[in-house]
Ligand binder design. Structure first.
Ligand SMILES: [Zn+2]
Length: 190
């Protein structure tokens, strides 16, 4: 599958999910069909938030998406290494970074009094929270802006990895946990 078709499948799958019209899937059939190998058609980075499961949000099934999840969809070396496997070995033709509104990690990063046990995540998000504040964003919209800036920053971090960027486009968007809709803010020209 090419990158444009991959993005189209994500958009279409999310539209089905948001509309409550997800496809019927025989998981036993899918499990048997993928037992000997996988050929995921997208790699997705999302938050570990229980409401943001990419397989559900994009109405996919076993063998479809190579998903990498961390608190606040933070991209670090482990995530980059995982994505290289998904792209170089498994052949995923596209990487999508999906932030989400109502993200606890981003909200914590907008707060200067972050508990120590969580600081390693917030340290990675705080530049986007500070950029949102510096842009003059109203206080009540600060976290939403930080969510967008952070997803964009994480996509840029992946795009700065030459091994990945030379092989596949990187797109990013934000998921609305209330409506179920993903809005892609950068589709890499696809
Ligand atoms: Zn989150």
């Amino acid at each position: 599958m090419n990158p444009a078709d991959s993005l189209r499948r994500l958009v279409d799958g999310n539209a089905r999910f948001a509309a409550g019209a997800t496809a019927e899937v025989d998981l036993v059939e899918r499990r048997e069909a993928t037992a000997d190998g996988q050929r995921p058609w997208a790699a997705i980075v999302t938050c570990a938030d229980s409401r943001v499961a990419p397989e559900l949000v994009f109405d996919t099934t076993l063998g479809d998406v190579f998903s990498v999840r961390t608190g606040g969809n933070v991209v670090d070396e482990l995530v980059l290494g995982s994505l290289r496997f998904g792209v170089e070995v498994l052949g995923a033709p596209l990487i999508a970074v999906i932030g989400h509104y109502g993200c606890g990690a981003v909200e914590a990063s907008c707060d200067p009094d972050v508990p120590d046990h969580f600081a390693c995540v917030c340290d990675e998000i705080r530049p986007s929270a500070e950029a949102a504040r510096a842009s003059g964003t109203a206080e009540e919209a600060l976290c939403d802006e930080a969510v967008r800036l952070h997803a964009e920053a994480m996509a840029a971090r992946i795009a700065a990895d030459e091994r990945l960027a030379s092989r596949v486009p990187v797109v990013w968007g934000v998921y609305d946990v209330a409506s179920g809709a993903v809005t892609f803010h950068d589709t890499a020209g696809l």
